[in-house]
Write a protein that binds this ligand. Structure first.
Ligand code: NAD
Length: 273
């Protein structure tokens, strides 16, 4: 999936610099986005969550010529301060931000939402998966002196109930609402803010969801395109939203999911999946 076809190259991001938060490995959605932006001339800085991840992320980032590769745990103010101070110090200004970060306790991604969502899990999930975008957007905007564009990654579990997605769906609803409020605040400064709602893609984060296999097969069977969501499609949408192609588009939740979100009642064949 997303394998052989090269990322379309060109100059759409030439002269633009931005921060990519959320690469864990080669399967990460943020990594597909980074490759697409690089193929269009963007200069990229990367964050990784901790030392263990650095081993995977640093070689990937370096393969795209990145010079700024920083450890950043979004739950720590000190870590966020240091990250944005480093980017400001090296670049002064940025043009875009990619936020592709989410986390919850595995115990909350199975069974009953109402029984398995403790106060601590609710708070922690919201902190990492929704507040971190508000925080990163606020910090990034201060470095966007001549306008800019930001995106985050969300999932349909914010709008509809999806088995086992549970508290993460609630956090994604908060993330999408935050996208609209941030877009409203930053719009007068020429900064656009959008979310991409991707269909299921095989990544580390997706592996945590109990009954993930059903999620993939049902999405394939019920979506109009009858296929998995290709991370290259997500990367293409990111390019549109982060480049000047996306002029005048802000506060949007753009679905890249094979059309799954438009289906009210799937064909009978999908129920055999
Ligand atoms: N994979 C899917 O099916 C899918 C579908 C729709 C939306 N998304 C969203 O896309 C985004 C990226 O996820 P992915 O699927 O590429 O998986 P991934 O596991 O590759 O990426 C998740 C990233 O979040 C980072 N992260 C977690 N806690 C963090 C913290 N405290 N500080 C900093 N970083 C932290 C991880 O290090 C990792 O890089 C997430 O928001 C996810 O919810 C994924």
């Amino acid at each position: 999936m997303g394998g052989e076809v090269p990322f379309p190259s060109g100059d759409l991001m030439k002269g633009k610099r931005g921060l990519i938060m959320g690469v864990a490995n080669k399967r990460s959605i943020a990594w597909f986005i980074a490759q697409q932006l690089h193929a269009q001339g963007a200069e990229l800085a990367f964050t990784y969550v901790n030392e263990a991840m650095e081993r995977r992320v640093r070689p990937l980032a370096e393969s795209l010529g990145a010079k700024i590769i920083i450890e950043c745990d979004v739950t720590s103010d000190a870590s966020m301060d240091a990250t944005f101070a480093t980017v400001k110090d090296k670049w002064g200004e940025i043009d875009f931000l990619v936020h592709a970060i989410a986390f919850t306790d595995k115990s909350a991604l199975e069974g009953s939402f109402v029984e398995n969502t403790t106060r601590q899990i609710f708070k922690d999930t919201m902190d990492v998966s929704a507040f971190s975008f508000v925080d990163a957007a606020n910090r990034a905007a201060k470095m966007m002196k001549s306008g800019g564009s930001m995106i985050t990654l969300t999932y349909l579990g914010s709008e509809r109930t999806i088995p086992n997605y549970n508290v993460m769906g609630v956090a994604k609803a908060a993330l999408e609402a935050s996208t609209r409020y941030i877009a409203r605040d930053l719009g007068p400064r020429g900064i656009r803010v959008n979310s991409i709602s991707a269909g299921p893609i095989k990544t580390l984060a997706a592996a945590g969801i109990s009954s993930g296999a059903h999620m993939f097969s049902f999405n394939r069977a019920a979506s109009p395109l009858r296929d998995d969501t290709d991370p290259k499609g997500v990367a293409g949408a990111a390019l549109y939203l982060l480049s000047d192609l996306g002029l005048s588009c802000t506060g949007e939740t753009h679905h890249v999911d094979g059309g799954f979100h438009i289906v009210g009642m799937p064909d009978a064949s999908a129920l055999k999946e």
